[in-house]
Design a protein around this ligand. Sequence first.
Ligand code: 5GP
Ligand code: ZN
Length: 145
Amino acid sequence: VMADEAHLDEDCIFCKILRGEVPCFKVFEDDDILAFMDINPIAEGHALVIPKHHSKDILESPSQWVGKTFAGAKRIAEAVHETLKPDGINIVQANGPGAKQSVLHLHVHIIPRTLDDGLTMNWELVPGDMDDIGGLAERIAANME
Ligand code: 5GP
Ligand code: ZN
């Protein structure tokens, strides 16, 4: 795995994988991204896509790197779909402790799903309060950079 050392972190586990100091089950790599299997899979075929650039999360990462990472996630999802023919695929990307992020290097999870897999990332559709929803839309819109 080749990566631009200048943009990697000394102690980050994913940067160690990018430097080849820690092995991985590689699925794909190009100049910008690396995709590899998660070693604690929550589903068969659970894979990760990371940029060859250390930044903590989607908030701190330059949007160019976010774009490259998610474009890579699409390509990996296509290959996972072709390989496993799952009932569905969740794309998950955690930011911060409330989102249970455990590795502080931007990454996208590719999670193949089956209808009966029992994974608890599903929720029921319950209509919200439209005034609350509208108010939040305005508050978030006001903070668009
Ligand atoms: P997070 O919880 O931050 O969204 O996801 C981090 C993911 O990285 C976890 O699913 C965890 O299993 C995976 N992970 C942590 N350390 C390693 C490692 O050394 N190798 C691989 N392949 N995956 C790792
Ligand atoms: Zn890193």
